[in-house]
Ligand binder design. Structure first.
Ligand SMILES: [Zn+2]
Length: 256
């Protein structure tokens, strides 16, 4: 299924492992939605503190640099908040503790759509093994989104922080190799690349701009678009249930 910006949620949250993961995965989609009025929140499990290979660079300095870069990238896309959980980069694990931290963010921001990675992605194109932090963040995110966030008697102690159970409407799991749902990003391809370039410390070693553009063009091929981001989309709440629970006017949701 393709989506040329017909579906416009009220709010969206992206949960990823490192600064720059959101830019690779879904910043084009989020930029389009943010421009049209969607509230957008970023949650980064780590601050990428082992991701700058400069002599003398400490983890503390690196995380400060990378958080600043991530905030700049979020500004470019139009995300209104960036949350850093500050788990250790390179050692992320999909623990119950991390699941609870993510449930807290979901119950607080109450996103209609949550973006995450694909926890089943392992072997990539014969040249790369998906980073263990990516796999851990994806799995923790999926497990937080469903069923945990929507279960009032799970992590019920979060009620003391005023946070009650919340079930997101849809999950968009990023798929670099296809997936079942394409979002056209023709209008936001340059914004996506601009946000990616905000991660200046990462460009000291390589420039992924062209490969990102080629990938987006490849995904769009044969569809009525020039550039796309791809997802596996899961609808956890039907239009009818979402309307019952949230009283939304559904005129802007033509069966997305
Ligand atoms: Zn990453």
């Amino acid at each position: 299924m393709t989506d040329n910006h017909h579906y416009l949620p009220e709010s969206a949250m992206a949960i990823m492992a490192h600064p720059d993961d959101i830019e690779f995965a879904c910043a084009g989609t989020l930029a389009g939605w943010a421009k049209a009025g969607t509230r957008v929140s970023y949650v980064l499990c780590t601050s990428g503190d082992v991701g700058i290979a400069r002599p003398g660079m400490t983890k503390k300095e690196a995380s400060a640099i990378r958080e600043k870069e991530q905030r700049a990238a979020a500004d470019i896309v139009g995300a209104t908040e960036v949350v850093f959980l500050r788990e250790p980069d390179g050692m992320l694990q999909a623990t119950l503790e991390l699941r609870k931290k993510l449930v807290r963010e979901i119950r607080r921001f109450r996103p209609e759509v949550v973006f995450c990675g694909d926890p089943t992605r392992m072997w990539v194109a014969g040249t790369y093994i998906n980073h263990p932090d990516h796999r851990a963040a994806s799995l923790a995110a999926v497990d937080a989104i469903f069923p945990a966030a929507g279960q009032p008697n799970l992590f019920e102690e979060l009620a003391e922080e005023g946070l009650t159970a919340f079930k997101p409407r849809k999950v968009y799991a990023s798929r670099f190799d296809g997936g079942d749902h394409l979002v056209a990003i023709d209008d936001t391809m340059e914004t996506k690349l601009c946000a990616l370039r905000a991660h200046r410390s990462q460009f000291e070693q390589w420039d992924p701009t062209e490969s990102v553009r080629e990938r987006a063009a490849h995904l769009a091929k044969g569809h009525d678009m020039n550039f796309a981001e791809a997802f596996t989309v899961t609808t956890l709440e039907s239009d009818k249930l979402w309307e019952q629970h949230h009283g939304e006017a559904l005129g802007r949701y033509p069966g997305a």
